[in-house]
Design a protein around this ligand. Structure first.
Ligand code: ADP
Ligand code: MG
Length: 676
C-alpha cells in the first residue's frame, strides 16, 4: 500500500495539489459499464461491455506468455486476447467462470475479438452501476483507480460553491458549477453523446466549465491591468518635438498611421501607464510611429528604451532613427549583449546619468544593471518574439511607471486578442504606404536552383537587389552556417559578375553591421543569410526574396521573410525553394503562403495549424494556459465570459469576494503570475 504522502507526491506530477484541483481534473472520456451487450449483437468499432462464461483458454499457466480466451453467453462468442497476460488476469479467466469484459470490438483473424479488455470476475452477477465510468488524463505510474478514489474524496471536500451571480445563471440558462462538475465526473449514460457522434464538450456541463475558465482568464487580466493603473505614470504632454519630426519626414503618414499616432498620443498624455499593442502587417510602417512616440516622450523630458529581439533588427532601428532624431538634438545610444564590457559599462553610465535620451538595443536593455533614472516610455518591437514572460519582465522592475508600446507584425486573431492580450489596448495599422506593388509568390522545386540563380541575375541587371535565405537547422548552428556559407560560395560561382554578401548569427556584431550597411547602400547585390534577417530589415530596393528549404519554415516566418521585399516601387517576387517529399502540413503551409498575402488571414490559418499556445510563444512563459477552452470553437463563450467578468468586477458591493474565489479556484498559486 502506498502512503497518502507518496500519493500526494505522485499526484503533484499531474498538477493536482488542492481538492479543487482534483475536482477540475475532468475525464477525457467514459466507459459505459451500465449495460451488457449480447455477444450476438456486436459490431466492430464500438466499445462495449459483455458478460459470458470462459469456455476455453489456449495457453498454459506460464507467466508472461500470451493468453487467448473464448467467451460465450448463449447468444454468441468472442475472443479475448492478452499479450503477456499478468497472473491475476489468468486467475480471473479460468474456464467455467463468468466474467465481465469491457473493450473495443474489432474484427480479428478468427472472428470478433477484444484485445486487452478490462475484465473482472462476475460469478455472483453483481448489480450494474447506473453511471458512466470516467477515464482521466494521467501519466505513467498513476493508475485510473487511484485517480478515481482521490477525485471521489476530493469532490466531497472541495468548495464547489457558486461564483457567478445567480441572476446571470438563470438568464443564461447554464447549469450551476457544482452540478456541472459532478455530472462531468459521473454522468448518466443519457448525459453523454454516443462515442464519436459529436463533440461532447458542447454539452451544457462542459460549456459551463469552459465558461468559468474563460471568466478566470478575463478576471486575471483585468486585475493585472488595474494593478498597473494604480501605479500611475508620468503624463507626456509636450508634443513640440513630435511635431518637428513629423514636419521633417520624407513622406506623409498614411491615414492609418495618423490615427494610430493620435491613439498613442492620447495614452501618453494620461497619468496612467499606456499598455498598447500596435499591430500592423509587415511593411505597414510601424517604425515611424514608434519614432513619433519617442520624440514626444523625449520632448516631454523623459528617456525612452527601444528593444528589439535581434541585434540586426535593433541595428536597423539605429540606422533608421538616428538620422531622424539626432538633428532634433536627441541623444541616441546603442546597447546590446555583444558590446565589449567597457563599452557596455560606458553606455550604461550614460543612461544612468541621464545623458542618453533614447537607448536602442536588445534584451540587454532590460538587464538589471541598466538603470534609467527617467524612463518615460518603453517600446518593444516584434513583441511576439519575446514571449509573454519577457513582456511581463519589462513591465516589472523600474519600468513599472513607464508607458509601454509593443509592436507586432504578427496579427493576433481576434479571439486571441480578446483572451491572451485582453489586458492590452490595441491599435491597428490596416493600410500599407502608397506605391507598394504586390509580391508574386512561386513554389519551385529545389532541383531548379540554377534557374532561380538566373532570376537573381536578372533582378540585379534591372537595378534591384535580392535576398537568399537559408533555414535554421535546429540541432546545429554549425550546419546552419555551413548551409548559408556553401550557398554563398555556390552563388558567387554561378554569378561571378555579382557582388554576393553573407550574414549570419555567428558574425561579430560590427561585421554584421558592415554587411547590412553595404547591402543598404547597394554595394552588395545578393545577400545570403540565415534567418537573422527574419524581421524588420528594410531595404526598399530589394525586390526578390529566395527562401531555401521553404518547407522547413513556419507560416509566420515565411510571411515575415517575404515582407522584406515589395517595399519599393518595383514589381517584387518571392521564390520558395521546396525539397520533396514533405509533410502534409508543410505542403499546406506553402500553399497558404503562395495564395495569400493578407497577414491576418495567414495568422488565422497559422492558429488553426499550430494552436494558440505555440502561436503566442506562451507555452514557455508560464502564463496560465487554457486547459479546456478552444478559442475557435468557444468564441461565443469568450464573449459571454468578457461580459460576466465585466459585471463581476463592476459590482462593487457583492462580487469582490466571488472574484477572489473564482480566481483562486482556477489559478490557485499561480495568481501571482497573472497579476504582474
Ligand atoms: P514595419 O511596419 O514592417 O516595421 P517599417 O516601419 O520598416 O515597416 O516601414 C517600411 C518602409 O515603409 C520603410 O522604408 C518606411 O520608411 C516606409 N514608410 C513608412 N511609412 C510610410 C509612409 N506613410 N509613406 C511612405 N513610406 C513609408
Ligand atoms: Mg519593423
Amino acid at each position: 500500500m502506498t502512503s497518502a504522502r507518496a500519493d500526494r507526491g505522485r499526484f503533484a506530477r499531474l498538477g493536482l495539489h488542492r481538492a479543487i484541483d482534483f475536482a477540475l481534473h475532468l475525464p477525457l472520456r467514459y466507459e459505459d459499464l451500465t449495460q451488457i451487450t449480447p455477444l450476438r449483437g456486436l459490431v466492430p468499432g464500438v466499445s462495449v461491455q459483455v458478460r459470458g462464461v470462459v469456455s476455453a483458454t489456449d495457453s498454459g499457466p506460464r507467466r508472461g506468455s500470451n493468453l487467448t480466451v473464448r467467451l460465450f453467453d448463449g447468444s454468441g462468442e468472442i475472443t479475448l486476447r492478452f499479450l503477456h497476460a499478468q497472473p491475476w488476469i489468468r486467475a480471473v479467466l479460468l474456464p467455467g467462470r463468468t466474467i465481465l469484459a469491457h473493450g473495443l470490438v474489432r474484427g480479428g483473424l478468427f472472428g470478433l475479438e477484444m484485445v486487452h479488455p478490462t475484465v473482472r470476475a462476475d460469478d455472483e452477477g453483481a448489480p450494474l452501476p447506473d453511471r458512466l465510468m470516467p477515464i482521466y488524463p494521467t501519466v505513467a505510474g498513476i493508475g485510473q483507480s487511484a485517480l478515481r478514489t482521490a477525485i471521489r474524496s476530493a469532490l466531497r471536500e472541495a468548495d464547489l460553491g457558486e461564483t457567478i451571480p445567480p441572476d446571470l445563471i438563470r438568464e443564461l440558462a447554464i447549469p450551476g458549477f457544482a452540478e456541472a462538475i459532478k455530472s462531468l465526473h459521473t454522468p448518466l449514460p443519457a448525459d453523454v453523446p454516443p462515442e464519436g457522434e459529436e463533440d461532447d464538450r458542447q454539452s451544457p456541463p462542459w460549456r459551463r466549465i469552459i465558461l468559468d475558465e474563460l471568466i478566470a482568464q478575463q478576471l486575471a487580466l483585468a486585475r493585472a491591468r488595474s494593478a498597473r493603473d494604480q501605479v500611475g505614470a508620468a503624463p507626456l504632454r509636450d508634443d513640440a518635438m513630435e511635431r518637428r519630426l513629423l514636419a521633417k519626414l520624407p513622406f506623409r503618414l498614411t491615414s492609418a498611421q495618423a490615427r494610430v499616432v493620435s491613439e498613442i498620443g492620447g495614452d501618453l498624455g494620461a497619468s496612467r501607464a499606456m499598455h498598447r499593442l500596435l499591430q500592423g502587417d509587415v511593411g505597414s510602417g510601424k517604425t515611424v510611429v514608434a519614432a513619433l512616440a519617442a520624440a514626444r516622450a523625449i520632448g516631454s523630458g523623459w528617456q525612452v528604451a527601444l528593444m528589439a529581439p535581434t541585434e540586426i533588427l535593433a541595428e536597423q532601428h539605429w540606422l533608421k532613427l538616428r538620422p531622424w532624431l539626432e538633428p532634433l538634438g536627441i541623444r541616441v545610444a546603442w546597447l546590446t549583449g555583444s558590446l565589449r564590457g567597457t563599452e557596455k559599462r560606458a553606455v550604461r553610465a550614460a543612461i544612468a546619468s541621464g545623458e542618453v535620451d533614447l537607448a536602442i538595443g536588445t534584451h540587454a536593455l532590460v538587464e538589471e544593471t541598466t538603470a534609467f533614472p527617467r524612463l518615460g516610455l518603453a517600446i518593444v518591437d516584434e513583441q511576439h518574439r519575446f514571449g509573454v514572460a519577457q513582456r511581463l519582465a519589462l513591465v516589472g522592475a523600474d519600468a513599472l511607471r513607464a508607458h509601454l508600446l509593443m509592436m507586432s507584425a504578427t496579427p493576433i486573431p481576434r479571439t486571441l486578442a480578446m483572451s491572451y492580450c485582453a489586458d492590452l489596448d490595441l491599435s491597428v495599422i490596416d493600410e500599407l504606404p502608397p506605391g507598394r506593388s504586390p509580391i508574386v509568390t512561386r513554389v519551385i522545386d529545389a532541383g531548379r536552383r540554377d534557374e532561380v540563380a538566373h532570376r537573381v541575375r536578372q533582378a540585379v541587371v534591372d537595378g534591384r537587389q535580392a535576398y537568399w535565405v537559408c533555414p535554421l537547422v535546429e540541432e546545429s548552428e554549425t550546419m546552419d552556417l555551413k548551409d548559408a556559407t556553401e550557398t554563398a560560395v555556390w552563388l558567387s560561382d554561378q554569378l561571378p559578375d555579382l557582388r554576393v554578401g553573407l550574414v549570419h548569427g555567428r558574425l561579430h556584431a560590427s561585421d554584421k553591421a558592415k554587411v547590412m550597411a553595404d547591402f543598404q547602400a547597394g554595394e552588395i547585390d545578393v545577400l545570403v543569410s540565415t534567418t537573422v534577417i527574419e524581421v524588420g530589415v528594410d531595404v526598399p530596393n530589394a525586390s526578390l526574396m529566395v527562401i531555401e528549404h521553404a518547407e522547413r519554415f513556419g507560416l509566420a516566418q515565411l510571411h515575415q521573410l517575404r515582407g522584406r521585399v515589395g517595399r519599393g516601387s518595383a514589381a517584387s517576387a518571392c521564390v520558395l525553394l521546396a525539397s520533396y517529399p514533405m509533410s502534409a502540413v508543410a505542403k499546406e503551409r506553402l500553399g497558404i503562403i503562395r495564395d495569400t498575402q493578407d497577414g491576418f488571414e495567414i495568422a488565422r490559418r497559422d492558429l488553426l495549424l499550430r494552436g494558440p499556445g505555440e502561436f503566442l510563444g506562451a507555452r514557455q512563459s508560464g502564463l496560465p494556459m487554457l486547459r479546456f477552452a478552444d478559442l475557435e470553437r468557444d468564441v461565443d463563450l469568450l464573449e459571454m465570459a468578457r461580459r460576466i467578468a465585466g459585471q463581476m468586477l463592476g459590482d462593487k458591493a457583492g462580487q469582490a469576494i466571488n472574484v477572489n474565489r473564482h480566481l483562486d479556484r482556477w489559478l490557485g498559486g499561480r495568481t501571482a503570475l497573472a497579476t504582474v
